[in-house]
Design a protein around this ligand. Sequence first.
Ligand SMILES: NC(=O)c1ccc[n+]([C@@H]2O[C@H](COP(=O)([O-])OP(=O)(O)OC[C@H]3O[C@@H](n4cnc5c(N)ncnc54)[C@H](OP(=O)(O)O)[C@@H]3O)[C@@H](O)[C@H]2O)c1
Ligand SMILES: C[C@@H]1O[C@H](OP(=O)(O)OP(=O)(O)OC[C@H]2O[C@@H](n3cnc4c(=O)[nH]c(N)nc43)[C@H](O)[C@@H]2O)[C@@H](O)[C@H](O)[C@@H]1O
Length: 317
Amino acid sequence: MSAKSKILLTGGGGMVGRNLLEVAAARNVEIIAPSSRELDLMDRLAVSSYLKYLKPDCVIHAAGRVGGIQANLREPVLFLVQNWDMGQNLIMAARDAGIKQLINLGSSCMYPRNSPDALREEDVLSGALEPTNEGYAIAKCAVARLCDYIQRENPEYHYKTLIPCNLYGRYDKFDPAHSHLVPAVIHKLHRAKENGVAAVDIWGDGSARREFMYAGDLANAILSAIDRFDTLPNLMNVGLGHDFAVNDYYRVGAQIVGYTGEFEHDLTKPVGMMRKLTDVSRAQDWGWSAETSLEDGLRATYSYYLESGVANVLSAG
Ligand SMILES: NC(=O)c1ccc[n+]([C@@H]2O[C@H](COP(=O)([O-])OP(=O)(O)OC[C@H]3O[C@@H](n4cnc5c(N)ncnc54)[C@H](OP(=O)(O)O)[C@@H]3O)[C@@H](O)[C@H]2O)c1
Ligand SMILES: C[C@@H]1O[C@H](OP(=O)(O)OP(=O)(O)OC[C@H]2O[C@@H](n3cnc4c(=O)[nH]c(N)nc43)[C@H](O)[C@@H]2O)[C@@H](O)[C@H](O)[C@@H]1O
């Protein structure tokens, strides 16, 4: 894509979007990123007229209704309806506006549950989904397939999907009502350290495994995808290629936060998939690999948690 290309980003106010905008700014890549108040993706007519007016050369779809296992269990209707409506509205409007290049973000939750092996792109829709996030996963699969079908019907359109593994990093959601594992680890351990709490609860027995990648690495991957769009595979996992047990995230988190207390396992809490490791060979063949270690990523995320004031807001709540 040329330096003059006009790039539209949805979800610019979210964790992935804000990391992408930071990395793009550092490389003098201009990206147009309307907030949800400026462009509500649930409003089909507004999306259609916006795209016909703006006529971007490429669209990056990073908006979504996103949350951890507890939010998905609580509101499956919202996760299904909003992620499908936003994706359909944007992608159909892009097609009808004649926009030829689009990068859609899926999620490793799209994959069938409980696969002992690393998940390959061709495994999408090859088995039953994880019940704890089924609504979200159905929407993600449907939007990814919509992109694929548009390409099949219109070969001059290139609507590609990246499938990120679990993510964490600066600008993440730390509110326990919505957070994923890693921000929950940071928030719970910080609060326990500050309040002298003797033991922190871990949901489940801690043996579930997760592949959490630093969001800054995904931002770099998306920028590479923009730069080298023509060689980008139509469907590509973006992950670490290795995972850790839930207990490991708490152990390393305790080192970073400075928590020296004990842990207790709450077996009444939901654990979701026992594993959802992505196979990253397609990305490696394409010339991309993640670079940030868990320790470095946790350290940067904890610094953000402290410096952004999130810690104080959540402590006051
Ligand atoms: N976080 C993860 O672990 C993870 C893992 C794999 C894939 N992904 C995917 O990566 C993408 C970004 O995730 P994230 O973690 O950055 O999510 P996030 O922090 O929750 O951000 C979501 C973004 O979507 C926007 N949005 C929500 N409803 C909207 C609407 N009706 N109209 C326009 N914009 C709307 C939000 O805008 P406002 O802030 O203005 O509401 C926000 O900027 C999503 O597609 C997600 O499925 C995330
Ligand atoms: C990428 C996201 O993956 C999500 O699944 P999923 O990895 O289980 O989502 P998480 O909420 O990150 O949970 C990951 C694992 O961490 C365990 N866990 C341990 N302690 C905690 C805690 O205090 N808070 C949280 N949240 N988890 C905790 C949890 O039981 C689960 O096995 C999907 O629900 C979303 O839709 C999204 O796709």
